[in-house]
Write a protein that binds this ligand. Structure first.
Ligand SMILES: [Fe+2]
Length: 186
């Protein structure tokens, strides 16, 4: 099937089918949606979508939203460091254009000490167009910085973000709870 024949509805249905099959097993979901995501990345997304208020970014568009699962098209601002944060749900980032320095962390402490968090980077790489990263519990913390001014991602989130999300400062082994919509985190 050519890229342009594959629609957002097809992708949404593929994601839903894999979620029904694999529940919360994000790695298995990822393997099941690699092909459909690749097809969407090969299509022209420049003229579709509905404007959305992003959490960290200025330009974000809904490609699909059903009250839980969402697919968005996000312009990631060049040189802006988005600090390590969690989501409470799996989030998949697929690079449509540009380049993204992306780091995934595992939290090593048990979370019992308020304001304290020990993070270990477990995946630190530059994502190129067509590459996909799945950030999912228990290692659901990531940070990123776009390296070009045309860095766009297709982002799929498997459900609602938790309301109070953690933001981390690995160098200080600290963390704080912040609602990204209420506080200008970055
Ligand atoms: Fe995120």
């Amino acid at each position: 099937m050519a890229g342009e024949d594959f629609t957002m509805r097809d992708l949404a249905q593929a994601v839903q089918a894999q979620m029904a099959l694999h529940g919360k097993d994000a790695e298995k979901i990822l393997e099941g949606i690699r092909d459909p995501v690749g097809k969407i990345l090969a299509s022209d997304l420049s003229t579709i979508g509905v404007k959305r208020e992003g959490n960290h970014i200025d330009e974000s568009r809904y490609l699909y939203y059903d009250g839980e699962m969402s697919i968005t098209f996000d312009h990631l601002p060049e040189g802006k460091d988005i600090p390590p944060h969690d989501h409470g749900i799996w989030e998949m980032l697929a690079i449509y254009s540009g380049r993204l320095h992306h780091t995934v962390y595992d939290r090593k402490d048990d979370g019992s000490k308020e304001g304290y968090a020990e993070l270990e980077a477990i995946d630190d790489r530059v994502l190129e167009p067509g590459e996909i990263s799945m950030v999912a519990p228990p290692a659901e913390i990531h940070s990123f910085t776009a390296l070009t001014d045309d860095t766009w991602s297709v982002t799929i989130v498997g459900g609602k973000y938790k309301l109070d999300r953690h933001y981390y400062d690995p160098a200080k082994s600290s963390c704080r709870i912040a609602n990204p919509k209420k506080q200008k985190v970055v």
